[in-house]
Each structure stands twice: as C-alpha cells, then as structure tokens.
Write a protein that binds this ligand. Structure first.
Ligand code: TTP
Ligand code: MG
Length: 584
C-alpha cells in the first residue's frame, strides 16, 4: 500500500470515533442537500398534475400538506447538519494537536547531528506551517478528505436519483467528467513541484529570520546589517517567484473549471429542455436535473482538488517523516542497563573523528576517573576537550575503543539514567524562556526551597539575583538575551548543582567566574556537595589548585593523565603548554 495512505489510516485509527462521527455527519449532510430539490420537484409535478388533471385530485390540499411536512423535516435535518463544518474544523484541530506532539517528541530525542542538518527555523516551519496552514496536513486530514467525501456522496446520491428518473438525460449531463480528469492530470504534476519549491522557500526565509535575530548582536557588532538585508531580500525574492507560480497555476486551473461548468449547464438546458417539450420528462424532472447538475458541478470540480491538496499534504508528511526518520545515535534512550551510582569512568583506546569535517580529534585515549575524583582537562583550543565530555554524555559515539561508566559499557547503558546522575554545564550556556528560578528548577522540579537556595549560593548567584528587578522571578528572554554570558553560565551551574549530581561536568567556566569567585565555588562545593566527582575544563591555571588530577590533551589528540606534579615532571609537551600559558 502507498506509504501515505498507510500513514493516513494509522492516524485515522488513532481517532476512530471522531472519524466515524464524521462519516455519519457527512452522509447525512449530503442526503439532506439532495432531498431539498427532490421535494421541490415533487411539489412542481404535483401542482402541474393538479392543474392538468384536477379530476384525479379530489382533495389536493392533503397532497400539498404532505409535501410541506417533507419540507419541514428537511429543514429540521438541515439545522442539525449545520453543525457539520464546525465539527470538521474541530477534528482538524485534534489532528494538528496530536501530530505536533508526536513529532515534537521524536525531535527532542535527536542528537546533535540532527540539529546540524535541520536549522531551527526549518524545524519550526515543519511543525507549524506544514501542519496547520490551509491546504496542509491537518486541514487535509479533516476538512480536505471529508469535504471530498461529502462531494463524492453528494454526486453519488444525485446520480442514483437522476438515473432512477431518466438514464438518458443523466448520461448526457455527465459527459464533461472525463474532460476534467484529463485537464487535472496535466496540471497536477506541475502544481506539485511548484508547491514543494514554495515550501522550501518559506523554510528558507524562516531560517534567515531565526539566524539574523538570534545572532543580532553579532550582525550588529560586525556592522553587517546591509549584508543581512541583502540575504533576506534574495530569500524573499525566491519565495515571491515560487509563490507567484503557484498562484498563476491555480488561476488557470479555476478558469478551465469554470468553462467546463458553463458547458455542462448549457447541455442540460438544451437536452433537458428538448425532452421536456417533447414530454419525455416532466417540468419537475427538468428542474431537478438542472438543480442537481449545478449542485454537482462544484463538488465534481472540487474532487480533483482533493488530489491536489493531497499531494501538498503528502509533501508535508514527507517533510515531517524526514525529521522523524533521521538517524540518531540514541533513538531509544530508555533501554539498556540503568545506572544508579557513579562508580568511576574509564576510556580505553578511544578514537573520535568528525567525518563531516574530515578531522580526527582524539587518538587512542586511555584514562580512568575515580568516583570522587576531581579532574581538570587542559589543552589548546580545539584539541578536543568538549569532545571528551560529549563522549561521556553519549552525545557522540567513538569510532573505536571502549568507554565504561560505573563498570558498564556505555553502549549498553540507559543513557537517560546516566544523565540523571551526571550534571553538565555546557560551554555555551542556553536558557529557556521563563524566570531565573524556573530555569534552575528545570533540572530537579522536586527540589525544596532550601536546596534551591543552596544551589544559587554555591553558584555564587545570591548577590547577583538581589540586583535583578524581580529577583529570581525575573524573566529571561528566549536565549537569556538580557543577561551576560557569565550570568547565564552561573545560572546553568546552579541548574547543575540542584540535581545533586554524582559527577559534575563544567565545560569552560573561565569566563563566568573570576579567580576569586572560582575559589569560593570550589570551597562551597566541597562543603555543600561533598563527595561529588568533577570534570572541569578551564583555561585558568589557578583551577589546578582545586582538582586532584589533570588530563592533558596534546595537539596530536593524545591524552596524558596524572597529577599536575607528575605531568610536569614526565611530559615535555605539558610543561611547554603551561609555559606558554603562563606567559599570557
Ligand atoms: P572541541 O572538542 O570542541 O575542542 P575544545 O573543546 O578543546 O575547544 P575549545 O577550547 O575551543 O572549547 O573540538 C575539537 C575539534 O572538533 C574542533 O576542530 C571542532 C571539531 N568539532 C566538530 O567538528 N563538531 C563538533 O560537534 C564538535 C564538538 C567539535
Ligand atoms: Mg570546548
């Protein structure tokens, strides 16, 4: 079965009761629409007959009253089916909601390579515009398909009634049908490719916007506003062109359809009129055919639209599935051995490269870390310090070699349980929209007020928070735009501490704490969080005072571990590296 159809069926199954109500509603609404002209035809024929053969109708008012009752019944049914479009819109929303949750959930479990491939703006477009805008997925699944089903049942019901009254006239009236199919076939392919191009242009623009605003400070500091404006102009220009071609094609399509409608009506008037004059059909039948046909034309033209909007929706489905199916290292973070305690860590001949950049970063790395040990990673910029941390957190996988955590192979560990006992302060801290307190509590929503106060105290934030306008209830922007880099990082340190981690990883805290505050941080950690293991990356040599051991990564990607004194004595490169640093 076609994969899109399968996809749709799975979605419908998840909402089967709503779908069932929609089916019933749709059939009822078509039946009501069909019944109205039919009652009219009965009335016309009756009046005509009463007028022509009054002797057959001794009590004509009884007959008339019966038809009036029929009209009243149709009116009542029409009232009920009036809620149908409203219900349909509601079903659209349900689909939109459940799909967005489904794909969002998948995306949050992706690794960094996913986010390198899909820019934020692109992901946002796929989750919003692709899902909810007019001819897109959720509209298609509810309104699109059921409007088509409505059209289809309306046409079928009309045809049944028409055939049962006069087969010859019916056949003559539906002749334009094949013509429309041909027209559709030739235009749809083109519309499909244009639509896809248009969607790409929209994503592109959202990316540009996202990039320019999230990096607005960089743009401004490099005085490159004009360059960005030009980029944006070009992107807008592309979108304008693709959008125009979709509009043009749509205009041509609707013009063609209008003419088909026109010819079909003329046909009925000619053939039907002729047959009515000859007495082959009654005036009521002529009326019925004319009404049914004009009622049918629009749905008939609308049906091919289903294929068009279907194709559009299928493009969107593919775009969502492309994200969902993008391979990730840890798609299942919930499986594997659970670790409860941090009982040390070891690297055995670990190699790491970034194939997309063609660089081999870490070579045959060997080291052990004991449970309560504090280790400093030193090395020149770009030597692979952050990469070591990423390996431990399971964010990247080694090319070869083995990493064990608490004696268990990292490959076999439930990564989520590992991340529960390890806290990580990234080199580039990021905050979420919300208050400072919310940002810190994020890591441990069960933390008591006391725990919270302790964490901000140890992160050397207490005095600073006093200075904020609303203390710790101060809102920080989407990326904490109103805070300094150092403030942001100290908030992320507090966020890490509130987890009471067994292993704390601090990636380059040099910028956020001066020497004095760093000393306070380490003394406080020792006091308030005793027996916490730590891996620290720092460019400040004074950090050496607070750690037990050093992992030095040289410029060839080899690692050397020992106490500072041991390394100075035995490793020439380390000696030189420190020497260089001291000069700075
Ligand atoms: P890092 O591990 O980020 O180096 P570092 O942390 O030692 O550097 P810094 O002191 O500046 O923080 O990167 C090592 C190399 O690997 C570097 O050339 C960049 C590259 N790299 C990638 O290609 N992709 C990645 O995702 C990362 C983290 C690094
Ligand atoms: Mg780094």
């Amino acid at each position: 079965m076609n994969k899109h159809i399968k996809w749709l069926l799975t979605q419908y199954k998840s909402q089967k009761y709503f779908v069932l109500i929609m089916v019933i509603f749709t059939l009822a609404s078509s039946a009501v629409q069909i019944a109205y002209p039919y009652a009219f035809k009965r009335m016309i024929d009756l009046l005509n007959d009463v007028w022509a053969n009054p002797e057959l109708y001794p009590t004509p008012m009884v007959e008339v009253n019966r038809i009036i009752m029929l009209f009243l019944a149709i009116g009542a049914a029409q009232f009920l089916t009036g809620f149908y479009p409203c219900f349909r819109a509601w079903v659209n929303l349900r689909f939109e909601h459940s799909l967005r949750i489904f794909y969002f959930d998948h995306i949050t479990r992706k690794d960094y390579r996913f986010f390198q491939k899909f820019r934020t703006g692109d992901i946002v477009t796929r989750l919003t515009d692709d899902l909810s805008e007019f001819p897109k997925i959720s509209w298609f699944m509810g309104s699109g398909i059921f409007r088509a089903f409505n059209s289809f049942s309306l046409i079928m019901f009309s045809l049944i009634v028409m055939f049962s009254i006069n087969a010859k006239l019916t056949l003559l009236s539906i002749m334009p049908l094949p013509l429309m199919m041909v027209v559709f076939y030739f235009t749809s392919e083109k519309l499909y490719t244009n639509f896809e191009r248009n969607q790409r242009a929209i994503s592109n623009i959202n990316n540009q916007l996202e990039m320019s605003f999230s990096g607005i400070r960089i743009v401004k500091s490099f005085v490159s506003e004009a360059k960005y404006n030009r980029f944006f102009d070009e992107a807008l220009d592309r979108r304008f062109k693709t959008e125009m071609s979709v509009v043009k094609l749509n205009a041509i399509l609707s013009l063609i359809y209008q003419y088909i409608d026109y010819f079909a009506q003329i046909g009925v008037i000619m053939f039907g009129g002729y047959m009515a004059v000859k007495g082959e059909i009654t005036v009521g039948t002529f009326f019925l055919f004319y009404t049914y046909l004009s009622m049918m034309i629009y749905p008939l033209l609308d049906l091919p639209q289903l294929f068009v909007s279907g194709k559009q929706a299928f493009v969107n489905i593919d775009r969502l599935d492309e994200m969902k199916d993008h391979p990730s290292f840890n798609p299942e973070t919930q499986v594997g051995h659970e670790v409860q305690r941090f009982e040390g860590l070891s690297f055995e001949k670990v190699n790491l490269s970034y194939p997309e950049k063609g660089i081999h970063v870490l070579r045959d790395i060997d080291f052990d870390l004991l449970p309560n040990e504090k280790m400093l990673i030193l090395g020149s910029t770009g030597c692979g310090k952050t990469s070591v941390v990423n390996l431990i957190l399971g964010i990247v996988k080694p090319d070869s070699g083995k990493i064990t955590f608490s004696g268990i192979d990292l490959e076999k560990i439930n990564i989520k349980s590992l991340r529960d006992i390890v806290a990580y302060v990234p080199q580039e801290p990021s905050l979420f929209s919300g208050t400072i307190k919310e940002n810190i509590m994020l890591a441990n929503t069960d933390a008591s007020e006391e725990e919270y106060q302790k964490a901000i105290r140890v992160a050397q934030l207490t005095d600073e928070i006093e200075l904020f306008p609303q203390k710790d209830e101060t809102h920080v922007g989407q990326r904490g735009l109103s805070l300094s880099g150092g403030q942001k990082q100290r908030i992320t340190i507090a966020r890490a501490l509130i987890k009471r981690p067994q292993l704390l990883i601090l990636d380059d805290i040099t910028a956020s704490l001066d020497a004095e505050n760093e000393e306070k941080l380490w003394l406080d950690i020792e006091k308030e969080y005793p027996n916490t293991g730590a891996i620290v990356i720092s460019h400040r040599l004074s950090t050496l005072r607070y750690v037990d051991t050093v992992l030095y990564i040289d410029d060839y990607g080899h690692a050397h571990k020992g106490t500072h004194d041991e390394l100075v004595m035995t490793n020439r490169d380390y000696h030189d590296f420190l020497h260089e640093h001291l000069k700075k």
